[in-house]
Design a protein around this ligand. Structure first.
Ligand code: ZN
Length: 119
């Protein structure tokens, strides 16, 4: 930065950077290396966990169908139910991580930005 002797207003905010997701000016410490701010990471996390929940339900449903049709258990029903519940939990965790990873990888710009309101 140029030193002109006269302090510019910007010189007092050298650590502010625009978040690529919401296009709002944020302190640099709020942003990670993809220039996502804290709030945008949290939003992406929430969206990813919704996706993960859906993936977990689909996986657990498929497993339940497979157990019902192929294994057709008559004993230890509780154990099979626990297996399906575990698949639901693990599937939603992994699905959430994958969905978040995809969103990070695609790194789409300005998806959290709101259009400027002229009024
Ligand atoms: Zn942001």
């Amino acid at each position: 930065m140029r030193a002109t002797g006269r302090e510019l207003w910007r010189d007092r905010y050298p650590d502010q950077v625009t978040c690529v997701r919401c296009l709002e000016l944020q302190d640099q410490i709020e942003l990670d290396r993809l220039l996502w701010c804290e709030a945008c990471r949290a939003k992406a996390r929430r969206r990813a966990s919704r996706w993960g929940g859906g993936i977990g339900v689909v996986l657990a449903g498929a497993l339940a169908c497979w157990i019902f049709v192929v294994v057709n258990p008559t004993r230890m029903i509780g154990g099979w139910v626990a297996t399906v519940v575990a698949a639901l939990w693990i599937g939603s965790r992994i699905g959430g991580e994958v969905a978040y990873g995809v969103e990070r990888y695609r790194n789409r710009r300005a998806v959290e930005a709101e259009p400027p309101n002229p009024f």
